[in-house]
Design a protein around this ligand. Structure first.
Ligand SMILES: Cc1cc2nc3c(=O)[nH]c(=O)nc-3n(C[C@H](O)[C@H](O)[C@H](O)COP(=O)(O)OP(=O)(O)OC[C@H]3O[C@@H](n4cnc5c(N)ncnc54)[C@H](O)[C@@H]3O)c2cc1C
Length: 476
């Protein structure tokens, strides 16, 4: 088995020391899965208790950054010279209440760790991403979503969180108690403090069956509204929009069933791609022919197979299953755009035009649906939206980055022109003006940050990019 995360984050430890009882590594280079964002932090600490965390937060005088699984892709977990708090050892399952279908966990726990505890009790997480390697704290701070039918952002299944503020105090926040902290910290990218614990609503783990249907993308919006949104049995749903034509989609739905299981395992294996799968992926990456073969032969053959498996199996995939053989010259990157449901048909031609004009090497566009956010300050779904998750390959040279910045900025403008938004855990390309349009409640979030973190202790590249200029502008 590959060592946990070692292929995604590369640490070069220059000096090893001790700091208030916590292992400390000094002057460390932190990078992320894409390899595009190397950042030198002053040191890394991995607290194992809330008391230790409080001591670190209160005694450290300089900037602090917070890292979970570090799958965000634009420096959201670090900034130069910060004390980097690695949360992954504050990862205990605090309490599982089976009759109430509730679980309380420390924020460094991964979804997979939780699944291993709740699955034997017949329970399942209500909302999470497609893969299970992410931490609870990182997922809350991004306010993630998945392919769950009839759900929206993660905040929808959170009962409460505990957050440690810059003065080391711990606060419980729910929609009714310290509601500002609740709606600020969820989706707040570590800007308000360290999320230490969270309680989630759970649901029943049930058997689900996969069905698929192909159609022109122009037919998808009404198909989804009539057949999927209204369905009483659909659990997961997404549609793959096929590059390079972006004309056809394959809608994939997982629905409750009483049919016998075809996959007996309860959780997915923690596998990386086989050599053949890696070869296929890199072939699809390289050109139009590979992409055409995927749409016309590979997917029809793969999806013809009947599959019945547990909900938890479908929710427990490992990101290792996406990893290419090398990221030295070409790296795989994500982006995501959120479009109000009634603007779907207007956005698709804009997306197609931009990708084709810039010859973007798109591997897949996964379309999903989300109900509106109940009120988080940095909500990406202020209305009911379709999301377009773009998985693409890019080179790693400065010229490649410039090209990506160009088409990304055009895509952000296209999403904004339809009343939509873009996702914040990916490369930080949007200008402050684009950010302000996509996240119009940011002044309320920044005002709250200024109040609970007056010395700008909690930092990362995202807040250096948007919060610092906002504060400077508003102090003039
Ligand atoms: C292959 C892949 C697939 C993905 N699929 C999806 C998907 O299906 N849906 C989706 O919504 N997103 C998806 N993402 C994006 C991903 O969900 C987010 O980046 C998520 O936050 C990653 O969790 P993490 O533990 O790695 O967080 P990190 O990247 O470590 O942190 C993310 C942010 O949270 C902050 N943070 C972390 N822990 C804490 C804490 N305890 N307290 C306060 N702040 C904290 C960090 O400072 C940072 O700003 C995907 C990313 C990848 C690479």
């Amino acid at each position: 088995m590959r060592p946990h995360f070692s292929s995604f984050v590369f640490y070069r430890v220059i000096f090893l020391g001790l700091f208030v009882g916590t292992p400390l590594q000094s002057a460390v280079l932190v990078n992320d899965i894409t390899t595009l964002n190397p950042i030198v932090v002053s040191s890394v600490v991995t607290p194992t208790s809330v008391e230790e965390l409080s001591r670190l937060v209160t005694t450290h005088k300089g900037p602090i950054s917070i890292g979970g699984g570090r799958y965000s892709q634009g420096g959201q977990t670090a900034t130069e010279g910060a004390l980097f708090i690695d949360m992954r050892r504050l990862n205990h399952i605090v309490r599982l209440d089976v009759p109430r279908k509730e679980v309380t966990v420390q924020a460094g726990a991964t979804w997979r760790q939780i699944q291993e505890v709740i699955d034997p009790k017949g329970l399942s997480l209500k909302i999470m991403q497609t893969y299970s390697n992410f931490t609870v704290g990182g997922s809350l701070s991004v306010n993630v979503h998945g392919r769950y039918v009839g759900e929206g952002p993660l905040i929808g299944c959170v009962k409460s969180i505990k957050i440690m503020l810059a003065d080391g105090t711990l606060h419980t926040a729910t929609p009714h108690q310290n509601a500002e902290l609740f709606y600020g910290a969820i989706g707040g990218y570590g800007g308000l403090g360290v999320i230490v614990e969270a309680t989630f609503d759970l649901t029943t783990n049930e058997a689900i069956e996969r069905t698929t249907k192909t159609m022109p993308v122009s037919a998808y919006q009404s198909f989804f509204m009539k057949e999927i949104k209204a369905s009483k049995v659909a659990v997961f749903h997404n549609a793959d929009l096929y590059p390079p034509a972006y004309k056809n989609v394959r809608a994939v739905t997982w629905s409750l069933t009483r049919k016998p299981l075809t996959t007996k395992d309860k959780l997915a294996p923690k596998d990386k791609l086989s050599g053949i799968e890696q070869l296929f992926l890199s072939w699809v990456t390289k050109g139009h022919f590979g992409k055409a073969v995927r749409e016309s032969f590979y997917d029809p053959y793969t999806y013809a197979k009947k599959v019945v498996q547990w909900r938890n199996y479908e929710a427990s995939y490992d990101v290792a299953g996406l990893e290419p053989p090398s990221r030295d010259t070409l790296t795989y990157v994500l982006q995501e755009y959120f479009i109000p449901v009634d603007r779907f048909d207007a956005f698709v031609p804009k997306l197609r035009r931009i990708f084709q004009k810039h010859r973007v090497n798109v591997l897949n566009v996964s379309i999903r649906h989300a109900l509106p956010d109940p009120g988080s300050l940095l909500a990406w779904a202020r209305r009911e939206v379709f999301s377009f998750v773009v998985y693409y390959a890019q080179g790693v040279t400065p010229r490649d980055r410039k090209e990506v910045a160009l088409w990304t900025s055009e895509l952000i403008d296209a999403a904004l022109s339809e009343g939509g938004s873009y996702y914040l855990p990916y490369q930080i390309i949007a200008t402050p003006a684009q950010f302000a349009r996509a996240y119009p409640n940011h002044p309320a979030f920044f005002a709250l940050k200024a109040r609970v973190d007056p010395t700008y202790k909690f930092r990362n590249k995202l807040w250096d990019h948007y919060y610092t200029p906002f504060v400077e502008k508003n102090h003039d």
